[in-house]
Ligand binder design. Structure first.
Ligand code: CU
Length: 194
């Protein structure tokens, strides 16, 4: 009995006064708001200075008529030179291949990828670049990059898309800038030595 009384007494003594709890909570609240403000400042600053945008390009397309008409007919796929000197690469992801199987682009030039899918969701990721997007049927995925040096980027489909997924590869080949104009549209879409 004496022990129980003793225990009660020490428990009561151990309770933290309300004012102390309130003060601690207030400090943690201030620390949390400061952290949130700091993180938001990073997001806003990098968004403004690095032109980072959320993936807001919502452009729809009918996946059932891609091969019949419009921008993604077969003859229009691959790398195209724009009047301003930049490159637009149009491609289709399809179980289990990318069309074209090879995408040759010039190094040191702004490149815009426009990709869509005819069936399920695929993934397009070029290692060591900022290129990383899902390719979704019904939508056009658009992203911009620039390859500083010539090189070969072998790329597996980056989103599990079915039993043949592991065999779904493409290559993006950045060729020296001066070499690109001599390539024919067909030559830009095959990776075999020419
Ligand atoms: Cu795939």
């Amino acid at each position: 009995m004496a022990n129980v009384e003793q225990g009660k007494a020490s428990l009561l003594e151990g309770i933290v006064p309300e004012s102390v709890i309130a003060r601690t909570e207030k400090r943690w609240l201030i620390a949390m708001v400061a952290m949130l403000a700091f993180l938001m400042a990073i997001v806003v600053t990098s968004g403004i200075t690095h032109a980072i945008r959320a993936p807001t390009n919502v452009e729809t397309i009918d996946p059932t008529t891609l091969h019949i008409s419009g921008e993604f007919i077969e003859s229009n796929l691959g790398s195209a030179l724009e009047p301003d000197g930049s490159i637009t690469v149009r491609g289709i992801a399809d179980q289990y291949a990318f069309v074209p199987e090879c995408m040759r682009v010039p190094a040191g030039t702004p490149v815009k990828f426009r990709l869509t899918s005819v069936d399920v969701i695929h993934g397009f990721l070029l290692p060591f670049t900022n290129v990383n997007t899902m390719v979704v049927p019904g939508f056009v995925s658009e992203l911009r990059t620039r390859f500083d040096r010539p090189g070969v980027y072998r790329m597996p489909c980056n989103e599990f898309c079915g039993p043949g997924h592991q065999g779904m590869w493409t290559r993006v080949v950045a060729v020296p800038r001066e070499q690109f104009p001599s390539l024919t549209p067909t030559g830009r879409a095959i990776c075999a030595q020419q």
